[in-house]
Design a protein around this ligand. Structure first.
Ligand code: HAM
Length: 426
């Protein structure tokens, strides 16, 4: 028989997974932390479809970006229309804001936690289906809002105890600044074209700016004497950047200015930033973002300033676990009914029904009549009480309630089971 497996670069999440970062309770906790932190800064949740028209990403992220050019899962539907699984969330949120006119009340601050899809070579920290927590602030053209976004990103990692990181920032100015710079860069690189890596040779024609963040040593060497983007940045963007840096200084957030940081998506203007983990041996960019004042205009007739970032949930979880502190899952307390007498199952069903009507979580043990087996199941699965209904209990109309977290037990008459648990859970 063929055995089915999850597609390469994807994974399952479930309770007690052998891979600690694939433990579903860890994900539930992390998503909750993301939600709470988003709300702390005034962001509200939005959810959008898993697929969108391919054109949205081509015009949004840019058709010469690696993501659009090489990594999208694109398909034709039955009507021969081209759709793509979302490779990122910013373009999706902007589409939704435009479609529902959410921009009529500004600022519009939205977050989403969702899966994204990129067809890249899978490795530790890089997946084909991965998850992002993406936050977008629309309508504020201010360096102080950029500082707010960075403070949010940085503060979140600090709260999780992820300290071993570096924050890199840069300004990439306006499209005009970059056009002038790219012309000079091409002029400088042209005599050395043959020495560039194949990827950079391609980018030379499609998107020369991206040559700056090439990881190839031949490119890095060639770039040594190249013109630098910061010399081409207009004075308004420079002032914007200075105010951002001053804000970060005042907030006590350490950063490195990285003149080669340009990021892989075409929509950025002015500020770009990334926070990377200092741990070697896996993909280390935990989150990245920046200002994208031109994106609304390239998707509509509306012009709106915006800034945002997205964190990769997998990478943040891996960095969280790197600290070596075991995560304690507190979870909600729950009780286990153990019907041992021949006619005790239906009574257990009815008691369980009464408890759940009071929002008290409980389950039934229906895998045989061995008390020891039922109790070890309860212990292994985090139950706090066992409610035993044996023959004696049924004849006395009293249940034995074992407090598994305290190793005590007592008899409670049938009519008092619900009030007993109400009192216990208060
Ligand atoms: P990005 O840098 O492409 O930016 O992705 C953001 C984060 O997603 C990365 O820092 C990384 O943690 C995670 N990530 C990306 N690709 C993968 C992958 N294949 N496997 C696992 N994790 C991955 C964006 O997507 C922008 N939309 C961010 C943004 C929001 N800019 C403005 N607003």
């Amino acid at each position: 028989m063929q055995s089915f497996k999850a597609p390469k670069g994807t994974f399952d999440l479930f309770t007690n997974s052998k891979e600690p970062w694939q433990e579903i309770r860890l994900w539930q906790w992390m998503e909750e932390e993301c939600k709470k932190f988003s709300e702390l800064f005034g962001f509200s949740e939005i959810r959008t479809p898993v697929f969108e028209t391919t054109e949205l990403f081509a015009r949004g992220a840019g058709d010469s970006s690696d993501i659009v050019e090489k990594e999208m899962y694109t398909f034709l539907d039955k009507g021969e229309r081209s759709f793509s699984l979302r490779p990122e969330l910013t373009a999706c949120l902007v589409r939704s804001i435009l479609e529902h006119q959410l921009y009529t009340k500004l600022p519009c601050k939205l977050y989403t936690i969702a899966s994204c899809f990129r067809h890249d070579r899978p490795q530790a920290g890089r997946y084909r289906q991965f998850h992002q927590w993406s936050l977008e602030s629309i309508g504020i053209d201010s360096p102080f809002e950029d500082a707010e976004m960075i403070a949010l990103a940085y503060g979140f990692l600090q709260r999780l105890g992820i300290h071993s990181t570096v924050l890199k920032i840069n300004t990439i100015g306006t499209p005009d600044d970059r056009k002038n710079f790219q012309e000079s860069l091409k002029e400088f690189l042209l005599p050395h074209f043959e020495k560039l890596s194949p990827d950079s040779q391609r980018r030379f024609h499609t998107n020369p700016l991206r040559i700056l963040d090439s990881k190839e040593s031949c490119d890095k060497e060639l770039l040594q004497g190249a013109p630098t983007l910061c010399d081409y940045i207009n004075s308004k963007s420079q002032t914007h950047f200075s105010l951002l840096k001053e804000s970060l200084d005042r907030l006590g957030i350490a950063y490195q200015e990285d003149p080669l940081l340009v990021r892989g998506l075409d929509y950025y203007t002015d500020t770009v930033f990334e926070i990377a983990s200092l741990k070697e041996g896996r993909q280390n960019s935990l989150l990245g973002g920046g200002r994208y004042n031109g994106l609304f205009r390239s998707l509509s007739s509306i012009d709106l300033p915006a800034v945002g970032f997205a964190a990769g949930i997998e990478r943040v979880l891996l960095a969280y676990l790197d600290q070596g502190k075991p995560h304690l899952f507190t979870g909600n307390k729950k009780a286990l009914f153990i019907p041992l007498a021949p006619d005790s199952e239906i009574s257990s069903l009815c008691f369980a029904d009464a408890l759940r009507k009071k929002n008290i979580a409980c389950e039934l043990w229906l895998r045989g009549k061995k008390l020891s087996k039922a109790l070890s199941f309860a212990a292994e699965n985090g139950f706090s009480e066992a409610i035993i209904l044996g023959e004696e209990e049924m004849s006395q109309k009293m249940a034995t309630i074992k407090r598994l977290d305290q190793a005590t037990q007592e008899k409670v008459d049938f009519d008092s089971i619900v009030p007993y648990f109400e009192q216990l859970r208060r």
